[in-house]
Design a protein around this ligand. Structure first.
Ligand code: SAH
Ligand code: SF4
Length: 395
């Protein structure tokens, strides 16, 4: 810079950091919540206690209004309300299937929409949570894969889906009274199997799951959380170390040739590379076994030969194989395997010593089943022909 360069220029171009409205406390880790509280002048030596108090109100008792946080002074509550909000995604619509499955369409900042599904079973209630709006990957059998990635969800939007469902199920304990541990929970399990590839939104998924697991809040055990990935190999070890939840993998094929077409990320990390990462997972995460998800597609991946190859491939990995009858969606280029074929396939795996449950499709009548999710507002950008062409199929 020359000596006579105009000083004003520098002053004018310094970007001023203006906060874009109040900060949402939902989704902040404990450390970030602490920073936020310090930034409004909370005394350093009170910060830890204030974090605990506010955390408990938000995640243990489901309170959304600072005015209700009665163990904080009125002045402090007013100060919090001035700078912060407690916001979760807004429910746009809710559909209830004949089998009790609930599908919610929720709206997040920017007007985008994602789907969340609650599946009640006799011994548990599972919430299927989304991690992205759309998906960058293009698995040829998946409805979400026809929708381009719009954006990653924030940690607040991910944990907010759990809070939204607890609102709808009316499952927050009475403030100051219960901890919600009294009986079996309506919402007892989380599966990251909604829209998106969770390992491509790693940090936000991790922060949200840490909040869901925190013992002074939603308090779900890490063994009740299952993350499903299409096979983002470099993130698998990180998932074990930093989240420690159970892992499911969208395996779906027994040769690279077929997997390349069904799960195109296989071209980047093939079956062998994926299996190496999976072999290390149970030890790293101290969990028992991996779930291999296998979608049953007629005449594509469902022969006896496939079943035998699958068993050989996973040898030595503690595993359960979850067979998913293909769920059709408008324009899908595949058909579900016949029922007796699925049973035969399951039988071969079972006889080899693995649990091989066939996943009963839930909420099909409301398009809530696996792989059928896609927000109606985000139009399909690909035609049926395009999907088939990309999958290397002729229509
Ligand atoms: N992106 C992650 C998680 C979301 S998909 C993943 O791919 O693993 C959750 C599961 O549903 C995956 O195993 C996925 O392969 C499967 N799936 C997708 N579309 C499907 C469909 N139409 N029918 C049945 N299962 C499907
Ligand atoms: Fe994305 Fe998973 Fe669907 Fe593949 S199966 S397109 S990774 S959401």
């Amino acid at each position: 810079m020359t000596a006579d360069a105009p000083i004003t220029q520098d002053v004018m171009t310094i970007p001023r950091k203006l906060p874009e409205g109040p900060v949402n406390l939902v989704g902040l880790t404990r450390d970030k919540l602490r920073e936020a509280l310090l930034s409004i002048g909370t005394p350093e030596k009170q910060a830890k206690m204030r974090v605990n108090q506010i955390w408990q109100w938000i995640y243990q008792w489901g309170v959304r209004d600072f005015a209700e946080m009665t163990n904080l002074s009125k002045a402090y509550r007013a100060q919090l309300a001035e700078h912060f909000v407690i916001e979760i995604p807004e429910v746009v619509s809710k559909q209830v299937s004949a089998d009790g499955t609930r599908k919610y369409l929720v709206r997040i900042a920017g007007g985008h929409e994602v789907e969340v599904v609650y599946i009640p079973e006799t011994d548990r209630g599972t919430l299927c949570v989304s991690s992205q709006v759309g998906c960058t990957l293009t698995c040829s059998f998946c409805h979400t894969g026809t929708q381009k990635l719009v954006r990653n969800l924030t940690a607040g939007e991910i944990v907010g889906q759990i809070m939204m469902a607890r609102d709808d199920l009316d499952e927050w304990p009475e403030p100051g009274v219960g901890t919600g541990e009294a009986g079996p929970r309506l919402l007892s399990n989380i599966v990251l199997m909604g829209m998106g590839e969770p390992l491509y939104n790693f940090d936000n998924v991790r922060d949200a799951m840490k909040i869901a697991m925190d013992g002074e809040g939603i308090s779900l055990s890490r063994r009740r959380i299952t993350l499903s990935t299409s096979g983002v190999v470099p993130e698998i070890a990180k998932c074990a170390e930093e989240i420690g939840c159970l892992l499911a993998v969208s395996f779906h094929a027994t040769t690279d040739e077929v997997r390349d077409k069904l799960v195109p990320i296989n071209k980047r990390w093939n079956i062998e590379t994926l299996l190496d990462a999976l072999r290390a997972y149970p030890k790293l995460s101290n969990s028992e076994r991996i779930t291999f998800e296998y979608v049953m597609l007629k005449d594509v991946n469902d022969t006896d030969e496939d079943a035998r190859r699958l068993v050989k491939l996973i040898k030595g990995i503690p595993a359960k194989i979850n067979l998913i009858p293909f769920n059709e969606w408008p324009g899908s280029p595949y058909q579900r395997s016949d029922w007796d074929r699925i049973e035969k396939f399951a039988d071969i795996i079972y006889k080899a010593g693995y649990a091989s449950p066939i996943r009963t499709p839930r909420g099909e009548d409301i398009m809530a089943a696996c792989g059928q999710l896609k927000s109606a507002t985000e139009r399909a950008r690909k035609s049926r022909a395009q999907i088939a062409a990309e999958a290397g199929l002729s229509e």
